[in-house]
Design a protein around this ligand. Structure first.
Ligand code: ZN
Length: 86
């Protein structure tokens, strides 16, 4: 994740709040430019997780299906523009 303003990834979580059983919201601060923004973290279905061999010691790291992430991002941006229409 990168700062939406300056595109740097040095971010600090300043507050976490449980919203529902499946989701948490966080307020973050960019340590480079000081921009404040909010993120949401959700439980993803097991089927959408892919394990990828990541280094020479054969350790695996996981990644959520990029298609699912792209879908979630476009959904949240869609509701953004819906709200600004009203
Ligand atoms: Zn920034």
């Amino acid at each position: 994740m990168k700062c939406p303003k300056c595109n740097m990834s040095w971010l600090k979580v300043i507050e976490s709040r449980h919203t529902t059983a499946e989701a948490i919201s966080r307020r973050r601060k960019c340590m480079m430019c000081g921009h404040h923004f909010a993120t949401a973290e959700i439980v993803v279905p097991k089927e959408s997780i892919a394990w990828v061999k990541s280094d020479r010691r054969n350790r695996s790291s996981f990644a959520v299906d990029p298609k699912l992430l792209a879908h979630l991002v476009s959904e949240s941006h869609a509701s953004d523009s819906e709200r600004s229409k009203k």
